[in-house]
Design a binder for this molecule. Sequence first.
Ligand SMILES: [Zn+2]
Length: 303
Amino acid sequence: MRHLTLTAALCALTATPALAQDARELSFESTELRGGVVMLVTNAAGNLAVLPGEDGVLLVDDQLPGTGPQVEAAIAMHAEDGVPRFILNTHWHGDHTGSNAHFAAQGTTVVAHDNIRVRLADAEDAWAQDGQILPLLTFGHDITFHMNGQTIEVMHVPHAHTDGDAFVYFREADVLHMGDVMFNQRFPYIDLGSGGSVDGYLAAMSMALEMAGDETQIIPGHGPLATRADIENSIVMLTAARELVRAEVEAGLTLDEILAADPLAGLTEEWSWGFICTPRMTALLYNDLNGSTETWPDGMTCG
Ligand SMILES: [Zn+2]
């Protein structure tokens, strides 16, 4: 469970300087998808996509702070050079932007939504203090890469996991990286403090559902390679979970009373996990319904 705790720490922006400087040993599992796209899953944090080829490497997300050399070695297993030409960040959390500075120092251009640059620049966490972590190139709504025989469409989805999320669609390959707007087969983390919202998260997942066909290979931010059916399941679950919590809110219960009543008990076995356990999911839904920007109460842990 150690890796889940680490992800939690970074996603919740409670990373300590010790964590930020610590070069953790990662193991990488590669899956070759259509069109030359490679999905890299690690034992630690967010999933990566690599598109190697004669135009250079495009990398989507780049893991935890301090892991740059390991990410570089993993890319080099699939490309002539482990240093990408471009990195695209799907959002600003440290487990998706942690190697930006490592690669920028070697000439990589980091590309991201406008709000990612703002949030990284404002972050007080030790891992975000290297100026080279900031994207050189930012966009407001969308941007398209034309590399290695692929048209790669990057689209901002507003107020979903954060306020700076983007989907990355490899058109010819029919591969979609959803960033953390998809936690496959587990409760999602919706960062209310970074501009995320349950409405936006559901709207973005519905948009992915419209984009995806039955054959589309879907890279979630966390969890195993997904299909359109997995997105449908996540939408059904999150919609139902919110209604269960809403009923308790409308009955006038406080958060403590709702946690005691445990309205999501029936979802726990299938969806609860080390970072977003049922009490955190319940609190997140409660706070979203009440317009709070605190994702869950300070100190709430998953035991
Ligand atoms: Zn995240």
